[in-house]
Design a protein around this ligand. Structure first.
Ligand SMILES: [Zn+2]
Ligand SMILES: [Zn+2]
Length: 629
């Protein structure tokens, strides 16, 4: 059956339909008839039931009100308290994105507001939140996205047509297999390749910054052919899961990349940051800004729980992973129920300041690919309360000595968690009023946090929506960017400094460290996973004579500052939480793959899982391939 023909026949009056386009698995009907555009609820309802697809009717682009006039009308229609900041036009898709400081004030009267805009301007509006923290980079991402409207309409349609019009049959010859391209038996360069006779899908495409020899996924595996890759799905924006993605576009990939909206925004930021860091170090770049733009042009965002066809035989659903903002577990329904695979990405099975714990209930799960960073027999982390108390004690003692506290963090996740914690301590008077330095791109990432409260737990979400109660904009937070500003902080009094990178293998955290480490008054608090071979790991293991690059030259330094490790803030599940997850997950998987952990820890955990749950447990190595069914 040709779905477009069927829709035409159902509507009957062909003059009502100018064009029908796929937007991945949704269908958009463009019309030149204003009455049909404004009043079509019944038709859409019947069509959705008939075709089992999301269907929307938009006005043909030739009849849209001119952009500047439309913007004027929109600003007039919106209640002033909503504070409309930006209006973006996606002109070939007849869409207008309205970014307001308080979009819920528009959506309170949503239907009326939306209808009025449609009626007056012809554009179909979509509401979103403007970042409460000003960020040029957030703006640049939006600009890159919306300036390629014609390209995107064509791309989304061609993806949809390919999915819809390709035939596949689940017969006795049908199979599903996975190949380990990276992140198996170690942490870093995560990449899982899932293949059927019909489709080639890549889950994550990261880099391993601590591995000089093999920093990127093994895309040279014989079964992997970039020209045949149909789709990429990214679980979250940490570089060990998305750091090599722009390079795929550099080498000619032309297909879509799926993720949540926060993942798309944050990873773009981190990619841009990676380039500027590589430029500063004069090191070879894996990709450049044009490749990042290409990636953005091909990006498709999905909310949690929306079931979407991404190839003829792959249906994807993203679920909250509790790890960082927008982090997802990827559920794949392969071959129309033939096999259901869940890939956890990085996940936290406990509530945190910003997020709810990872989801554990699914329709079907036969295969589970699960991260086990802290799967070792001794990887029990202290409780969150203990970790918080320890951190508070370190801060208090350091301030008493008139010292500074440096907290190296990954760009996204722990930084925002700690900001919320420090904001709370400040509010309750548990720490004195001292500046809390949020360095460089951390501030831009935090700006993105303020755009997507709907991805957070209810408490933080409501504080952001309350608008003047936003914890991320507390007055003690100071933003530094330049070397000059950093030097000012370093020569000033007590402060808490939150800076990247988390493993101290470059970035501002190393600059601060080089200036602070020889003074015993200061403290360094390691809260992230420290990869083998990094400065962070050396310090964690007790190394106190270190070599640090200062102004391009290696300098020997004697570390006198106090070095602390706190595990309890990790965005990963500790051993107990991993165990609990396997106890609680519904339904029970039949095959478990343990990934994203050091070999010895994976072995320890796999022994436990086999003994406790009597389920087939595998720990493949990079370049292994396993048939799932
Ligand atoms: Zn992560
Ligand atoms: Zn990871």
């Amino acid at each position: 059956m040709d779905i477009k023909k069927d829709i035409l026949e159902f509507i009957g009056d062909k003059s009502l339909v100018e064009d029908i386009n796929f937007e991945v698995s949704n269908l958009i009907i463009y019309t030149k008839n204003r009455d049909f555009f404004l009043d079509n609820a019944e038709t859409v309802h019947s069509l959705v039931n008939r075709e089992k697809k999301r269907i929307e009717i938009r006005l043909d682009t030739s009849l849209l009100m001119q952009e500047s006039k439309a913007e004027e009308s929109i600003r007039k229609i919106a209640v002033p308290e909503a504070d409309v900041k930006e209006v973006w036009f996606d002109k070939d898709r007849s869409l207008v994105y309205i970014e307001a400081m308080r979009p819920e004030l528009l959506s309170a009267s949503n239907k009326k507001f939306i209808n009025q805009i449609k009626h007056e301007t012809g554009w179909t509006p979509s509401l979103s939140r403007f970042p409460l923290i000003k960020s040029d980079i957030v703006r640049a991402v939006r600009e890159m996205l919306y300036s390629n409207s014609a390209f995107r309409r064509k791309l989304l349609n061609s993806i949809g047509e390919k999915i819809y019009y390709s035939n596949f049959e689940v017969n006795e010859k049908y199979w599903v297999r996975i190949s380990a391209l990276g992140g198996f038996g170690h942490v870093g360069r995560s990449a899982v390749f899932v293949q059927t006779p019909m489709s080639n899908v890549l889950l994550d495409c990261g880099v391993d910054v601590s591995n000089q020899r093999e920093p990127v996924p093994r895309l040279d595996a014989p079964e992997f052919d970039l020209a045949k890759l149909d789709a990429v799905v990214i679980t979250h924006s940490h570089l060990d899961h998305c750091g090599f993605l722009p390079a795929l576009y550099k080498y000619g990939y032309k297909g879509p990349v799926y993720s949540t909206a926060p993942t798309r925004d944050v990873m773009t930021l981190l990619h841009l940051d990676y380039i500027s860091l590589a430029n500063k170090k004069n090191s070879k770049q894996m990709f450049d800004v044009d490749d990042i733009k290409e990636m953005l042009k091909h990006s498709i965002v999905l909310p949690y729980h929306e079931v979407t066809d991404i190839t003829p035989d792959f249906r994807v659903t993203l679920h909250n992973a509790g790890h960082i903002l927008g982090s997802s577990m990827v559920h794949l329904n392969i071959g129309n129920g033939f096999y259901n695979l869940l890939y956890t990405g990085d996940f936290k099975y406990a509530n945190s300041k910003t997020l709810n714990r990872a989801e554990n209930v699914f329709d079907r799960v036969e295969g589970l690919i699960m991260e086990s960073t802290y799967g070792g027999d001794n990887d029990q982390q202290p409780s969150r309360e203990e970790a918080e108390q320890f951190f508070l004690d370190i801060i208090t003692k350091t301030i008493e000595k008139n010292g500074k506290v440096l907290v190296p963090v990954l760009g996204v996740g722990r930084a925002q968690e700690l900001m919320l914690l420090i904001e709370e301590w400040g509010r309750f008077g548990l720490i004195p009023e001292i500046p809390v330095i949020v360095d460089g791109m951390l501030w831009d990432v935090t700006a993105i946090y303020t755009v997507y409260p709907e991805f957070m737990n209810s408490e933080t979400k409501s504080r952001i929506i309350e608008y003047n109660n936003n914890p991320f904009t507390a007055p003690s937070f100071k933003h530094t960017v330049s070397e000059e500003e950093r030097q000012q902080v370093l020569s000033g009094g007590p402060a808490i400094i939150i800076a990247t990178s988390g493993m101290m293998n470059g970035g501002p955290s190393v600059t601060y460290f080089a200036n602070m480490c020889e003074d015993e008054k200061n403290s360094v608090v390691l809260v992230s996973y420290q990869g083998a071979g990094t400065l962070g790991r050396t310090l964690q293991n007790g190394g106190r004579e270190v070599e640090i690059e200062v102004k391009g030259k290696l300098k020997k330094m004697d570390v006198k500052a106090m070095i602390y490790s706190i595990e309890g803030f990790s965005g990963h599940s500790d051993r107990l939480q991993l165990e609990r997850y396997l106890r609680d997950i519904k339904p029970k998987p039949r095959k478990i793959f343990l990934v994203h952990g050091e070999e010895s820890k994976l072995q320890e955990f796999s022994r436990y899982v086999r003994r406790r749950f009597h389920v087939e447990t595998l720990t493949p190595h990079v370049l292994d391939a396993v048939r799932l069914k």
